[in-house]
Design a protein around this ligand. Structure first.
Ligand SMILES: [Fe+2]
Ligand SMILES: [Fe+2]
Length: 249
């Protein structure tokens, strides 16, 4: 567990070593304020059992009142039922995915505790602090949100800013870090327009740190701005594809 922010009653913790075997490395975040906690993108079943045990070192389980799902991927939501059964937390999910999640086996007893996030986003009150759930649609999922914490000024960017295989937790040298992000962004992100829309919004935020759901964090305002500048001009997805798909021989 890594403490990303601590000031008075506001704390932010990162769990980044719970993935195993062939599963993609994923980060789990917890934001604590005023006796309540929100967990971001809790991950799948194997992560669940470990995280449930470790979480107690950061926060009493009864304080876990909110669970945020940025989108519908299995590395986000596969253990939704277990989390809802073992806590009394409310969960928040992009409205676009509400009818799909029951296919993961979410029990009828707890499904009423999953609330849809409208397309325009929302503010979630966690122990008295308003966490901004901001739209980042198509980055990479069609219904996709990020969380901005105005107290710590951390932007939790989900799959945007993800890196795979970097041998460190915090980016030190942005240029050397590009090699761990580039292939992922070029294939999973849909097109430059979505990236430009996001960059324009991100520039309106005061950002101390960008914390993605995979890989290393951008832990200074300078590195956060380097990332925004890099992704803003990146060609990706459809930009890089030809005019037609080709039937395999
Ligand atoms: Fe994803
Ligand atoms: Fe992911």
């Amino acid at each position: 567990m890594i403490t990303l922010f601590e000031s008075g009653q506001h704390k932010s913790f990162l769990f980044n070593d719970l993935s195993m075997g062939s599963m993609v490395q994923a980060n789990q975040h917890i934001i604590v304020h005023g006796g309540e906690a929100m967990m971001l993108d809790p991950g799948g079943h194997k992560v669940h059992s470990q995280l449930f045990a470790q979480i107690a070192s950061a926060v009493p389980m009864r304080d876990l009142k909110h669970i945020f799902f940025s989108h519908q991927d299995p590395d986000i939501i596969a253990a939704a039922n277990a989390w809802l059964m073992m806590t009394d937390a409310q969960a928040y999910l992009p409205s676009l995915w509400m009818r799909f999640i029951p296919h993961f086996g979410v029990d009828e007893l707890v499904i009423s505790r999953i609330f849809p996030i409208p397309d325009e986003g929302m503010t979630i009150d966690v122990g008295g602090v308003g966490l901004k759930v901001i739209p980042a649609h198509f980055l990479h999922s069609a219904g996709n949100f990020q969380v901005y914490d105005p107290e710590s000024k951390i932007l939790y960017s989900g799959d945007l800013g993800a890196s795979l295989g970097a041998p460190y937790d915090r980016v030190e040298n942005f240029d050397e870090h590009i090699q761990y992000m580039e292939a992922f962004h070029k294939r999973y992100m849909p097109c430059g327009k979505a990236l430009k829309m996001w960059a324009a919004m991100a520039r309106e935020l005061e950002i101390e740190m960008i914390a993605p759901q995979h890989g290393a964090i951008f832990a200074t305002p300078e590195l956060a701005q380097r990332f925004i500048g890099w992704v803003e001009t990146l060609s990706c997805g459809l930009d890089l594809m030809g005019d037609r798909f080709v039937i395999p021989a």
